[in-house]
Design a protein around this ligand. Structure first.
Ligand SMILES: [Zn+2]
Length: 142
């Protein structure tokens, strides 16, 4: 699910996050069950070669390589200590409108950060290719 899409706001709700955990490799007897993952703010974002990738819908931190005994809340806090969602003292349903908008503002900062970083990475890749091209052209001329 694309975090930049407005639909993504649905992920504030546990039930919607839980629904994403189809085919999640850790079930009963594990600490990182779909229920515990969703409770900790994660959504399942599998890729072709990483079926156990999960991302916090709020801070967009992606984690993979889960072990059955990993505790989602603990992992989330240690890998993304600045996430406002994981430190929330109330349930989303109990927030005031003002509190919710403040939270949304923080979420947008994470979104902006991610899109900037993606743009920078894209630019770096393009710059490397262009540089290689220039060198190649320069070298081919006597
Ligand atoms: Zn988070």
């Amino acid at each position: 699910m694309d975090p930049f899409n407005d639909e993504h706001i649905k992920m504030y709700f546990y039930e919607n996050r839980l629904k994403t955990f189809e085919g999640w490799p850790f079930e009963e007897g594990c600490s990182c069950t779909p229920e515990n993952m969703a409770e900790a703010g994660f959504i399942h974002t599998p890729a072709e070669n990483s079926p156990d990738t999960a991302m916090c819908f709020f801070c967009l931190k992606e984690l993979e390589g889960w072990e059955p005994e990993d505790e989602p809340v603990k992992e989330h806090k240690s890998h993304s200590p600045s996430c406002h969602f994981i430190s929330l003292k109330k349930k989303v349903e109990e927030l005031t409108v003002e509190e919710f908008f403040k939270l949304q503002k923080e979420r947008h900062k994470f979104l902006t950060n991610k899109s900037c970083n993606e743009a920078i990475t894209k630019f770096d890749v393009a710059a490397k290719l262009t540089r290689a091209d220039i060198i190649k052209t320069a070298m081919s001329k006597e």
